[in-house]
Design a protein around this ligand. Structure first.
Ligand code: SF4
Ligand code: SF4
Length: 376
């Protein structure tokens, strides 16, 4: 696309180092802002309306343990995430999940593996998978049958095995993909500048020989029928790889995929399951239709780490937060583990200088309320 400007600076970011979405070179290793994602499948056994991995319509795909080992072994010489988040799609649909996690762990890239699941298949989670992980995070979505029974059994099992278990409820999502995209490069730049995935959370991922800044860039490409590789960087065992990787992860220009993805500033909608056949038409939007302009404006001024679609179990009064979005946002700063408390993670706020009215720039009205952020 030929992007050249640093949109974060153009949009008034006061201090890039303070945002800390940057990866840093420390003691010979690239240290990313948080974690590396290990996407083990693309598909899912349920179909959430605003899935930000497009899993409801992704064809079945399974990560191969040997390929994971090959890529992670090279990466491990140069890159050290704080933890590895194992997800999908629905990761428990991978029949050799323990082998995939084992392959990644054997490379020495990290020693903490968190499995994130929708909880529907927990009753069939094998002892080998329990053994392979350090932490289990369950994302509970409204309308999914049988989840409370699964959670009861899982709490007992986690306690018995001494594994950390965290349960989050998501009853709001933000839109992510827009098939029609936009020709407004200024809007794409602003969406990218406001994207917490790119600028704060650092949700890096690896797939079949390539390293990507975010999983969404893979799925946006696949949705558009494009190969994702041009938005990634090849994992090669060469002398320049670490330098090239650091430049890639800290690059300040939008990816090609950003033209079809609104990152963390999509319009907010209640979570709902929907028929898979309708899923593609649901995202057949222009970028302008997918953006929550108020939230975009807010995010360009103030960026914080919290994800207020993510409500901790135990403090979720059903339906209550829908009427009080400010409380939802405040509560999301306190991401309390529900079973084995280990501390409170406070959302971090990064103040940005005001920018001009984006709504006026885009010429689009907005009736959306500022609200929560994307999951994952
Ligand atoms: S949000 Fe999670 S559970 Fe829902 S469809 Fe996507 S991958 Fe599956
Ligand atoms: S593809 Fe989406 S999630 Fe990834 S950097 Fe672009 S806007 Fe953010």
């Amino acid at each position: 696309m030929g992007w050249t400007a640093d949109w974060r600076i153009l949009n008034g970011v006061r201090d890039l180092s303070g945002i800390s979405g940057l990866s840093k070179l420390i003691d010979g290793f690239i240290i990313p802002p948080t974690h590396l994602e290990l996407n083990v499948v693309d598909h899912c056994n349920i179909a959430c309306r605003a899935c930000n991995h497009a899993s409801p319509i992704m064809p079945a795909w399974f990560a191969d343990p040997d390929t994971v080992f090959r890529d992670y072994a090279i990466l491990a010489r140069h890159y050290r995430p704080a933890f590895i988040k194992v997800l999908g799609g629905e990761p428990l649909m991978h029949r050799h999940l323990d082998r995939v996690i084992g392959a990644a762990r054997a490379t020495g890239i990290g020693d903490h593996f968190t499995l994130t699941t929708n909880g529907t298949l927990l009753d069939r989670m094998s002892d080998a998978v329990w053994e392979a992980i350090d932490e289990l995070e369950v994302s509970v979505y409204p309308g999914v049958a049988g989840i409370e029974d699964n959670l009861r059994q899982t709490r007992d099992k986690a306690r018995a095995l001494g594994k950390k278990l965290t349960v989050f409820y998501y009853d709001q999502f933000r839109a992510t993909f827009n098939l029609q995209g936009t020709t407004d490069r200024d809007l794409v730049g602003k969406v990218y500048a406001a994207c917490k995935i790119a600028n704060l959370w650092g949700c890096h991922t690896v797939r079949e020989g390539y390293f990507y800044k975010c999983p969404q860039s893979i799925y946006a490409a696949l949705l558009a029928g494009r190969p994702p590789e041009p938005d990634g960087i090849a994992i090669v065992d060469g002398t320049d790889f670490q330098t090239d990787l650091l430049a890639y992860v800290n690059a300040t220009v939008p990816l090609t995929a950003c033209a079809n993805c609104v990152g963390t500033v999509g319009v907010q909608e209640s979570h709902a399951l929907m028929p898979r056949k309708q899923w593609r038409s649901h995202i057949n939007l222009t970028m302008e239709e997918a953006v929550d302009y108020d939230w975009l404006e807010h995010s360009l001024i103030t960026l914080d780490r919290c994800d207020d679609c993510k409500i901790p179990a135990g403090i979720k009064p059903a339906g209550f937060l829908d009427r009080l979005p400010w409380l939802r946002h405040a509560m999301s700063h306190f991401q309390l583990p529900s079973v084995q408390p280990t501390g409170i993670r406070l959302g971090r706020r990064v103040l940005r200088q005001p920018v001009e009215a984006i709504r006026a720039d885009s010429g689009r009205p907005s009736d959306a309320e500022p609200g929560s952020e994307e999951r994952k």
